[in-house]
Design a protein around this ligand. Structure first.
Ligand SMILES: [Fe+2]
Ligand SMILES: [Fe+2]
Length: 168
């Protein structure tokens, strides 16, 4: 799908394309999270990453369910945005030596990922409704809600201790 190839003819095509984008992103996150668990030292941060890894497995399954409901093939399209966010996270992680600063960096990187997912699911929910697929919107909303909760949890952990310790 190149620039100006006009492969997306309709809103429905755009919806399916974006679903394939988030499908790619979720699978990419599934591979990145175990590395983040390994690198984290704060037990609460590790636990947050672990529980979100389990949730992320569920996100992949829900996206597959939406593909089925919508009658299209479950496949991925490369999402340059999530590749960029994860590559940047890996670069930062590789450059931080102090474990407390590293925890703050890990939380921030994870929040960048959550925010990307939130923007995608927010859009997908709105488009699914507009396309008359309230059923698909309801499934996608479950993922959106979990991304938001994961993000809020990370804010709480970061602000209540990680950032404080990192700055000391
Ligand atoms: Fe997710
Ligand atoms: Fe997430």
């Amino acid at each position: 799908m190149g620039l100006f190839s006009y492969d997306m003819k309709s809103m429905d095509d755009l919806f399916v394309h974006t679903l394939r984008d988030i499908y790619y992103a979720e699978k990419r996150i599934l591979k990145a999270l175990p590395k983040m668990i390994d690198k984290a030292t704060d037990p609460e941060l590790q636990a947050a990453f672990r529980s979100h890894l389990v949730e992320t497995e569920g996100h992949v399954q829900r996206v597959e369910e939406v593909f089925r409901m919508h009658g299209v093939e479950a496949k991925t399209v490369t999402c340059r945005a999530i590749d960029g966010i994860i590559t940047e996270a890996e670069e930062v992680i590789g450059e931080v030596e102090d474990p407390e600063v590293l925890d703050a960096a890990l939380a921030a990187s994870a929040q960048a990922v959550e925010h990307y997912e939130m923007t995608r699911y927010g859009t997908l929910v709105a488009w699914a409704r507009r396309l008359g697929r309230a059923d698909c919107a309801a499934v996608l909303q479950l993922n959106l809600d979990e991304e938001k909760k994961a993000d809020e949890k990370l804010t709480r952990i970061a602000e209540s201790k990680l950032n404080i310790r990192a700055a000391e």
